[in-house]
Design a binder for this molecule. Structure first.
Ligand code: HEM
Length: 450
């Protein structure tokens, strides 16, 4: 890639070698150029490196203990109910389902990460520590969210980014001086990226600063947990200095909203186009128990085997995070080839997921291929489907995301079924950024089941 050596891997055994067996020689991510201009993105867990990464990851892992996730069920459920309550009045109408998904997942992660209900699903609900939900707070939060969405859509790994990024691929030494000049020239992409990042960092620093001064540490959100760890000195204050806290909390919002929203929309879209799958899924959900019984964490894991298959198959069909980017820390041999220190090694999860060797007829949506009794499932390589990545650096939010997805789908299908809107393109058009997105959103028609 320009002058940067880059290897792309799309074989499960090699992914295992890179992600697990030789992890100690390939522990970090390669940093795409747009990120190297943004300390806010660089200081999150995703891009921190070596010893700092492992200290941060170990501290953060405690938020994802099963007991903590179980405690989040009522909060998640209440946001899901609020976000979907208007669907009753949309019966037989087309709704922009992907917008609803993004609002829902942003509200859920906002509550879990910041202790702030952004209230995108319900505008009256904005409340933070030390505030009582005035209108000005609403404006501040929605401004923040808009900045966040703008910043997400700017992150691209391809050549459609700023001039300094393209230049950096060809003549790396010129990238930084050019960026410094271009970011001062209004309307260049470098200027826009810099301005957005500065605004976002400023906003986040305010939130973190306010929370550090607020003595109430009883909240169970992610930010409070890190502040508690910092104050009790179980981790060094240098590891979680305010700028790292802002970055890692923001990263949760970024990593946890668009990915989960895309996955939710793609599942509902795919099920809507496959009546035989819908029928089986509705039967499983209806047979679980009374329609107001909220599933426990245990039930979510054990009592919905077909739902599990549907989620896996949808994540295979549309792999939201199609590339995982790593970098060698020393010379290392992979698959018999010697890769020099500093080589970028990208795992092509999306390509893996469409390999007919592991998934016969890969373009057919067939959840039954994940039935534990199916021959295909028994013969498949264990790392053929890794939408959450692999090894010690795999997605930290996997269980959180699956819990949220299952709760939402169970709640939705108890009340509604969905059909494709006639105004949607077919096949669905996708947009490739750092993560996959729908070019024109997902529009669905709502059908009342009860
Ligand atoms: C369907 C939803 C999601 C998908 C498909 C997804 C996918 C991924 C993937 C592929 C990676 C890279 C893993 C690797 O390098 O092997 C990753 C990393 C990460 N994800 Fe997720 N993710 C999702 C939801 C979430 C949520 C809800 C959160 C936060 C609550 C989150 C936080 C993170 C973080 C912090 C990392 C970096 C981990 C590290 O470098 O140690 N993700 N995710």
């Amino acid at each position: 890639m320009g002058r940067q050596p880059l290897i792309i891997i799309a074989d499960p055994e090699l992914c295992k070698e890179v992600g697990i067996k030789k992890f100690k020689d390939i522990p970090n991510r390669s940093v795409p150029s747009p990120i190297s201009a943004s300390p806010l993105h660089q200081k999150g867990l995703f891009f921190t490196r070596d010893a700092r990464w492992s200290t941060m990851r170990n501290t953060i892992l405690s938020v994802y203990q099963p007991s903590h996730l179980t405690r989040l069920i009522p909060t998640m459920q209440s946001i899901i109910e609020t976000a979907t309550q208007n669907l009753h009045s949309s019966v037989e109408e087309d709704i922009p389902f992907s917008n609803l998904s993004l609002k829902l997942t942003t509200d859920v992660i906002g509550t879990a990460a910041f202790g702030v209900n952004f209230g995108l699903s319900n505008p009256q609900a904005t409340k933070t520590c030390g505030t009582n939900g005035h209108d000005s707070k609403n404006d501040e939060v929605s401004d923040f969210i808009n900045q966040h969405i703008y910043s997400t859509t700017q992150l691209k790994m391809d050549l459609s980014g700023s001039f300094s990024i393209i230049l950096g691929l060809l003549v790396p030494i010129l990238q930084e001086p050019f960026r410094q000049i271009l970011k001062r020239i209004p309307s260049t992409m470098d200027w826009k990226v810099d301005r957005t990042n500065q605004k976002l960092s400023g906003r986040l620093n305010e939130i973190v600063d306010k929370r550090m001064k607020c003595n109430d540490r009883s909240s169970k959100d992610f930010l409070s947990l890190i502040l508690r760890a910092r104050e009790s000195e179980t981790v060094s204050k240098n590891v979680f200095s305010p700028d790292y806290i802002s970055a890692v909390t923001y990263e949760h919002l970024l990593a946890g909203s668009a990915t989960t929203a895309f996955t939710l929309s793609s599942i509902v879209y795919l099920v809507a186009g496959h009546p035989e799958v819908e029928k089986k899924l509705l039967e499983e959900i209806d047979n679980y128990g009374p329609s107001d019984q909220i599933p426990t964490a245990n039930d979510l894991q054990q009592k919905f085997p077909y739902l599990d298959q549907v989620i896996k198959e949808a994540m295979r069909f549309y792999t939201v995070s199609p590339l995982v980017a790593r970098e060698t820390s020393k010379d290392v041999e992979i698959g018999g080839y010697l890769l020099p220190k500093g080589t970028w090694v990208w795992l092509a999860l999306g390509v893996l997921a469409k390999d007919p060797k592991n998934f016969p007829e890969p373009d057919n949506f067939k959840p039954e291929r994940f039935d534990p009794d199916a021959e295909e499932e028994k013969q498949r390589h264990p790392y053929a489907l890794i939408p959450f990545g692999i090894g010690p650096r795999a997605c930290i939010g996997q269980k959180f995301a699956l819990q949220e997805l299952k709760l939402t789908l169970i709640h939705l299908y108890r009340k509604f079924a969905f059909r494709h809107s006639l105004s949607m393109e077919h096949p669905l058009e996708l947009e490739y950024g750092v993560i996959l997105n729908f070019k024109n959103g997902v529009k669905l028609r709502v059908i009342n089941r009860k």
